[in-house]
Design a binder for this molecule. Sequence first.
Ligand code: GUN
Length: 291
Amino acid sequence: MVLIDGKATANQIKNEIAEEVKAIQSKGERAPHLAAVLVGNDGASLTYVGSKVRSCEKVGFDSSLIRLPEETTEAELLTKIKELNQDDTLDGYIVQLPLPKHIDEEKVLLAIDPKKDVDGFHPSNFGRMALELETFIPATPFGIMQLIERYDIDTQGKHVVVIGRSHIVGRPISILMSQKGAYGNATVTVAHSRTKDLKSLTQQADIIVSALGVPGFVTADMVKKGVVIIDVGITRVEDASKEKGYYITGDVDFDSVAQKASFITPVPGGVGPMTIAMLLKNTLLARKWNA
Ligand code: GUN
């Protein structure tokens, strides 16, 4: 069994990005600049955004954290977005999701200039991805594809079962893995809450990508020997015995499933760190494409 080390791979990618930043600066040009907009005080979002900003510093990017209060209106947020679209010192930005309930997420994502949409969430970027055109690939599926590539996992003609059909992970990864190419050409099944007899599907799967957010959902009896497991679940489970008051766990019952797997990503330290590395990669691409 090979434990896929997302943390080490993400650090490797960050080092590669840092080298490129040095090369940009040696030409007398400014460093790439990423901004993150965070509305409200959601604990997990604060942690993620903080981590994104710290990673920018690590690779030599400029970064801006724009914090807006929970009561920010949709109109106010849209005004801010217009400002960011016009800011020439900014290569890319993200609006951290979820947004407070009174703000229409779809409207906000549509307002982001696709050229600065380093999350790849704008419909035109998502459409470009589906059509295999050059674009920003959403960071989490982009990170999964990088792990598959860097660990040279064979996907040709393999049966992939994706659990979850979210716009951020399940849907895009199903598109990417079925595309033509070296780490594509898979036959993909997208399973979701209405899927019947999920177990019979996962038992046939060569590769399982679980993006559900239910701790311990994938158990050893659901998988065949030699399966590749990509666990995208990141759930905070309250636990008073931990310093932070919680621990982080994935969708997969790691200890039992690892016994049968050929490759497996841990949580934490698997897909999570890759997401941030690929956001930085997209910002670097924005810098190149918009130059
Ligand atoms: N919330 C959870 N994941 C993401 C992400 O990749 N980007 C943004 N903007 N919000 C998120």
